[in-house]
Ligand binder design. Structure first.
Ligand code: BGC
Ligand code: NOJ
Length: 815
């Protein structure tokens, strides 16, 4: 019989399963279709780790302060990261995470949990347990390794732990070799290696890699360690069961420790490796004998010298996540929904809040920092977990706004300054700030944030209350309208690739930054819908804080915009997408390709446009008829088959890819929310499930990305190969999906004066309880489908749940 080819093997293979009790995804083979990764760290120090141990780590900023080198376009994809080798005398070396050695293992399991990853593997009677995580409050990773002899004979084993340093700036690191190969420096102390490249000049930070055990050898020079023509799968030092005590200057710096252990049958050894970041005051960089001051590293290494401290840090991390997740908990008969609501939705929301679109396996961490619109939307799914951090984020974002209400499109997480390379001109951006602020205040009741003195473009002296920023956001849209009274699109709106003012004919040129930032004609129906939704929310906020007259004027402008949408944005059976620079409609039956787009259908209906008059329902029916495929709602049909310079990047992708008609997951929850607006629970839930990772687990061999998080895009039908996901983790789908489930379907919505409960349920869900922590009180909300509408709060009838000053409140809802 012929050996099955790889795709045949895959389709019979299970890659893993959820372990809900432990809040983990358990991967049972290293041979996943793509690296399936996890994130470590929740505040300043972050790492990514794949199911084969790959990934990189950085302090605050993946571009500017990177600790571990990552190989772009590497083959296999995942060479890089944290290299661990186990070498039993005379036998082949193996890695607890399978890579880099690729030695077949007798047992392998990778458990991705909340902020940690554990590898459990076994080879020839030796069992390894390796857990990696970032302890709360510290700027380091712990790699906690236990090795146990399960055999009957004594084993003499060498353990190698090895990190390859990135020379801090990841862009320079990947390109400026003429300098790079001359600058590396390190310092070696017993059990700790310090990476101090550029410290002698303008840096005041260093990295370190230590271990709480006595070492038998070390190396800091990569070439010495790997050997001539060597690679990570089989370093010379490991093969020779030795170390060379190499001291690097220049070339490629690494940190490698060797531990020699003898394990009696049943015996085990535990060692905790620490990969850390330390910083010194600029004027106190050196110690008395002229060496790098190492106070931070010493303190952290001393703290984790004892395994009990490592255990305590693990427990603290678990408690941290329990606390975060306790703000929202679903108890329902639907296992998949519980799993998503209680674990993976919220987890991914935390990750996108932290990373925006900066660092993943698909965002290289060298380009985009924090996106203005992205970070505003990420907040929707995060705000209930740590409202204080959401508040800080809103101020950071508002601080890159210009005085005229327009904004920088991105900012660098380290400097928090707007990114001048991309600049401004994305005309949807200002309204997302309004959306984020309203969402934050509804969650917290913190109206005081509106007074917060917030600069424009970070210029000292330009501070104005946050409310003024919101005012200018709204004002910017009002004062930038086109011929149909719809908002001018600028460089692009939410769809970065619909570039109606770009007209690029030069290859390599950025569609986002070339051409004029604004044309006087091209308009966006999408921004119009955003205006109807978010300017109305702004008007309501104004009423809350006593600006009645302004509120009335804003509301009038909202009505006017709504009329403009119904007049010029309605195409007969769906909403149009835009008008191009010639005033021709985009996303209309008049077009030969790109006749219907998803975004305006979702957003117009969410804004309430055409709900009374029937357009909303028609638009959603058309969406189902034309755009719905097995894997979700596609962005547009028919896909563009040739490049159209008047439309820009959208037509640069092959049909069915990315913005040219893939399932661009981010906007699917808009359809879910829209369906809920018109009360169609079954349709809402149907769309929710089509892109939901937990519902796609058994299609992993097609879907390919991690079954525990959303991806940005899934190839559409026109690709000829639908269902392949790409760009997992950093997508606005995270927050919007959580919102669509928790608010649109399950119906628990924070409002200024309490919680509202307005479920829109599918037939398959009759009853559930949501435990929601809201402004200091735990609401236990039990919802049951009876056919009658009622709501009682601790036994008393009400129309919404007013704010309570008790600790727990029981709410009964029937629908
Ligand atoms: C991508 C978009 C992305 C944009 C901005 C485009 O190439 O297709 O999804 O938002 O670049 O970086
Ligand atoms: C990815 C970007 O991060 C997001 O801001 C944008 O809306 C989508 N691409 C759609 O183009």
């Amino acid at each position: 019989m012929n050996a099955p080819n790889e795709s045949e093997v895959r389709s019979f293979m299970q890659y893993g399963h959820f372990d809900d009790a432990r809040k983990e995804y358990v991967i049972t083979t290293p041979n996943t279709p793509l690296p399936w990764i996890n994130y470590l760290g929740s505040e300043d120090f972050f790492g990514m780790i794949s199911n084969t141990g790959g990934g990189y780590a950085f302090y605050r900023d993946a571009k500017l302060q990177r600790l571990l080198r990552y190989r772009y376009n590497s083959v296999p994809a995942d060479v890089g990261g944290r290299f661990y080798y186990i070498k039993e005398r005379g036998k082949a070396a193996w890695s607890p995470a399978f890579l880099p050695t690729k030695t077949p293992l007798d047992a392998y399991e990778c458990r991705h949990g909340l902020g940690y990853t554990t590898f459990l593997s076994e080879k020839d009677g030796l069992a390894a347990e390796l857990t990696l995580f970032v302890p709360i409050g510290e700027t380091c990773e712990l790699h906690d390794l236990t090795l146990t002899n399960r055999g009957t004979l004594e084993k003499r084993v060498q353990i190698y732990g090895c990190m390859e340093w990135c020379l801090w700036n990841a862009v320079d690191d990947a390109q400026n070799y003429q300098r790079n190969l001359n600058i590396a420096e390190s310092e070696v102390e017993p059990s700790t290696i310090y990476h101090v490249t550029e410290y002698r000049e303008r840096r005041n930070h260093y990295a370190y890699y230590g271990v709480n055990a006595e070492t038998s050898g070390f190396d800091t020079d990569r070439n010495t360690f790997l050997g001539h023509m060597g690679d990570w799968s089989a370093p010379r030092a490991v093969a020779e069961e030795t170390s060379y005590a190499s001291h690097i200057t220049g070339w490629y710096p690494i940190a490698c420790h060797r531990l020699d252990v003898t394990l009696a049958p049943g015996g085990s050894v535990r060692a905790c490796f620490v990969l850390g970041y330390g910083e010194n005051p600029k004027d106190a960089k050196w110690d008395a004998d002229g060496r790098v001051r190492k106070d931070t590293a010493r303190r952290v290494l001393a703290k984790f010298a004892d395994s009990a401290a490592v255990d305590a840090a693990r427990a603290e991390l678990a408690a941290y996540w329990d606390r975060l997740l306790s703000s929202y908990r679903l108890v329902s008969p639907n296992e998949k929904l519980n799993r998503m609501a209680n674990i993976w939705h919220q987890y991914q929301c935390m990750v996108t809040f932290n990373m925006s679109r900066s660092a993943s396996y698909y965002e290289t961490g060298t380009g985009r920092g924090m996106g203005f619109r992205d970070s505003c939307q990420d907040l929707f799914g995060f705000v209930h977990m740590v409202p204080e951090r959401a508040r800080e984020r809103i101020i950071d974002i508002a601080s890159i706004q210009f005085a005229d209400g327009s904004t920088y499109h991105q900012y660098q997480p380290l400097t928090k300054r707007g990114n001048a390379d991309i600049g401004s001109g994305f005309n949807d951006d200002p309204l997302w700030l309004v959306a984020a602020a309203v969402c934050y205040i509804k969650e917290t009741g913190d109206f005081a944030v509106l007074e917060h003195p917030t600069p424009f473009n970070n210029k000292p002296g330009s501070e104005a209350p946050l409310l003024e920023h919101l005012r200018r956001s709204v004002g910017y849209i009002r004062s930038h309208l086109g011929p149909h009274g719809l908002p001018l699109i600028g460089r692009a709106d939410w769809n970065d690739c619909l570039n109606l003012n770009c007209f690029s004919e030069t290859s390599g040129e950025s569609f986002q930054t070339s051409g004029p930032s604004e044309g006087p004609v091209a308009e966006s129906v999408f921004i119009a819908a955003m205006y109807v939704k978010y300017a109305a929310e702004y008007a309501e906020l104004l009423e809350q804080v006593g600006y009645e007259a302004e509120s009335v004027s804003v509301r009038l402008s909202v009505q006017e915009m709504e009329r403009a949408v119904l007049k010029h944005g309605w195409d007969g059976a769906w909403f149009r997408r835009a008008y191009d620079a010639f005033g021709d409609p985009v996303g209309s039956k008049e077009c030969d390709e790109g006749r219907i787009f998803i975004e305006p259908q979702g957003f117009c209906v969410m804004a309430g446009i055409g709900v009374e008059t029937g357009e909303a329902k028609k638009a959603l029916d058309s969406t189902r008829e034309h755009l719905l495929g097995e894997y979700g709602v596609e962005l547009l049909v028919p896909c563009y088959t040739r490049y159209r310079k008047e439309l820009g990047e959208i037509s640069s992708y092959p049909p069915g890819f990315k913005e040219n008609g893939s399932v661009f997951c981010h906007n699917n929850p808009w359809i879910v929310c829209a369906e809920a607006v018109i009360g169609r629970g079954n349709e809402a839930f149907d769309v929710y499930k089509r892109i939901c990772p937990a519902y796609l687990e058994d299609k992993s061999d097609v879907h390919e990305t991690e079954p525990y998080c959303y991806s940005q895009t899934v190839t559409g039908r026109a690709s000829g190969n639908p269902g392949h996901a790409k760009n997992s983790w950093l997508t606005g789908t995270a927050s919007w999906s959580f919102v669509s489930l928790s608010q649109a379907i399950l119906g628990v919505k924070p409002d200024y004066d309490g919680l509202r409960v307005e479920p829109c349920l599918p037939d398959e869900l009759d009853e559930y309880t949501v435990e929601r922590r809201f402004r200091g009180c735990l609401y236990r909300i039990h919802v049951k489908k009876t056919g009658e509408q009622s709501l009682t709060v601790d036994g008393k009838r009400a129309d919404r749940i007013p704010l309570q000053d008790r600790e727990t409140v029981t709410v009964e809802v029937t629908v």
